[in-house]
Design a protein around this ligand. Structure first.
Ligand SMILES: O=C(O)CCC(=O)C(=O)O
Ligand SMILES: [Fe+2]
Length: 364
């Protein structure tokens, strides 16, 4: 295959359709030199005195700074890009979680890392062939070249059945990319770090996501406790696990931790959308339709985050429409309410006060 380089600003749809075909993609210029340099500095500082990981899995020449988002503000910046979460949610569904973040320092070595697929983390509980469970982003903090051990990918291997191993006849592609580019691959895609034949370290910054209903590799509530998470951007708080998955998993007192801790202003969707009695009267179909009409149909700009919340609300509303069982419906309504609250919260946070005001008038 010939590797295509997407440019920063490419649409999620375009990148996704390439990944659907090959199992991976590269976006050039995803970040800038300044961010990469600050991450390199943090990587050096935190890896001082560390030795390569000994597990055979890592190939003998990889040093890893773990929990890296908790150690580097540059990593927080990378993590705050809506492209990462939007693309991940295409594969993993709503409310993804960060699985792990690492500084990958590849030293001169004798062999490449063995080819593997990252979703082995969830084996044997999620059998191969089902929906994806992980999406991985590796930023080139230094240039990645075939000589310095660029990550290697096996094109199309995300479609392989369980038990198939890479063999001689399978093409393996070196993901050569300039500093600031990002390689993206699925949990099912066979890949591995190459062999660094130079005497300079190859630096990569990795951010991986998993489905919001799966337990991540790293315990981010502990790495970034509430006192630190409080001041981080909402998207970062969400993927660290401070947002309940669809309002149901990872709750405190039936709410998202970030709401309970007052990270984001709690927004009374009930009051906004439906005047009326208790639960069950929140018309979240109306909220979805109204926001769609106000922003999409009438072509007003809508923030990426709000767009994502709208999409999530749409998915839940679709499930509600297809459900007749009362108990299931009850559950889905709570989920819809959580997503609706998130949506209105986004509109408020983004300063669409006119929209929120208009919503209030609709509700009145
Ligand atoms: O450093 C790399 O290029 C890839 C590392 C990797 O795939 C892993 O450790 O799972
Ligand atoms: Fe890997």
């Amino acid at each position: 295959m010939e590797l295509k380089y997407f440019q920063k600003g490419s649409s999620v749809e375009d990148v996704k359709s390439y990944i659907d075909e090959w199992g991976f993609a590269v976006v050039a210029g995803a970040s800038d030199d300044e961010t990469m340099d600050s991450i390199a500095k943090d990587m050096n500082r935190y890896s001082r005195g560390m030795r390569p990981l000994e597990m055979e899995f890592f190939g003998g020449a990889l040093i890893k700074v773990e929990g890296f988002v908790a150690k580097s503000s540059g990593m927080v910046e990378l993590l705050n890009d809506p492209f990462l979460v939007d693309l991940s949610e295409e594969y993993l569904g709503a409310d993804v979680l960060m699985n792990a973040s690492g500084g990958f320092i590849l030293e001169n070595g004798k062999r490449p890392q063995p080819l593997h697929h990252d979703d082995v983390l969830y084996s044997p509980f999620l059998p191969r062939g089902g929906p994806e469970s992980m999406v991985n982003f590796m930023f080139a903090v230094t240039d990645f070249t075939a000589e310095n051990g660029a990550t290697r990918m096996v094109p199309g291997s995300h479609k392989w059945p369980a038990g198939r191993l890479p063999g001689e006849e399978d093409e393996v592609v070196d993901i050569a990319m300039r500093k600031g580019s990002v390689a993206i691959w699925l949990g099912s895609t066979w890949h591995g770090a190459g062999q660094n034949k130079t005497d300079k370290q190859r630096l990569g910054a990795e951010i991986a996501f998993n489905c919001g209903w799966l337990r991540p590799h790293e315990a981010y509530h502990l790495l970034v406790p509430p006192a630190l998470a409080r001041d981080m951007p909402p998207q970062v708080q969400e993927v660290l696990g401070y947002k309940a998955h669809r309002g149901m998993l990872g709750c405190l007192e039936q709410r998202s931790p970030m709401e309970l801790f007052g990270f984001s202003k709690p927004v009374p969707v009930r009051a906004v959308v439906a005047a009326g009695e208790e639960r069950g009267h929140v018309d979240l179909y109306e909220l979805e339709a109204w926001v769609k009409q106000y922003f999409l149909t009438e072509n007003r700009p809508l923030s990426d985050e709000a767009r994502r919340h709208l999409k999530r609300l749409g998915e839940i509303n679709a499930s509600r429409r297809g459900t007749t069982n009362r108990a299931d419906l009850d559950m889905l309504e709570v989920v819809a309410e959580a997503q609706g609250r998130g949506l209105v919260g986004c509109l408020e946070a983004a300063g669409y006060t006119d929209a929120v005001e208009a919503l209030r008038r609709v509700a009145a």
